[in-house]
Ligand binder design. Sequence first.
Ligand code: ADP
Length: 218
Amino acid sequence: MSFMELRNATVQYNGTSVLKDFSIQIEQGEKIALVGQSGAGKSTLLNLLYQKYKGDASLVPQDLGLVRALSVFHNVYIGQLDKRPTWYNIINLIKPQKKEIKTIMPIVEQLGIKDKTFEPIRELSGGQQQRVAVARAIFQHSKIFFGDEPVSAVDEHRSQTVMEAIINNHQTVVLSMHDVSLALKNSTRIVGLKEGQKIMDEPVKGIKAKDLDDLYKN
Ligand code: ADP
């Protein structure tokens, strides 16, 4: 029995299959990149896996799910909201507690957004907002990290640092990636999707960027 698996999963929207008879087995410690054209079914697959394994997992969804009026601190703190008593959450909403600031600071520092800790999300750039969503996931301390293009808006020079933060803080990682070279550099396995089907599933060793060209042809 694998650590995670889906067997013959099919997902339809309005009678059209967007994931077709899809099976995958994932072992603990794997770092998987899902690649393929927009509309191939990567988000659908990630959401299916997250629904099945959410007890052990954090997710950075494509829309990030941040509260724009609240600060970076509060959005990261939300990652642990359901694990703390309501009275304690209310105290932290009004006045962030030293203990929580001490835990959150190293995470936001690692992601290069420490100077934004007490600023509202609405004042951050798209790439900074993605880093907040990654920080919220890291603060959850889950074994599994699912991310839907989690660094797509992060500056090129910083995206590798964010990838390393994701990988170093989670045992098992499954990411949908649009940047093929970043995917090859940071994964142990590449899963290629086309029209809701898996057309490639290989260890990253030996794969070159041009081997993925077929995934992007119409
Ligand atoms: P990817 O992440 O690879 O871009 P998605 O999983 O988002 O692919 O989408 C796969 C297909 O499913 C696309 O054709 C998309 O338009 C369709 N789709 C996704 N979500 C919905 C939805 N909620 N309702 C209808 N169609 C959807």
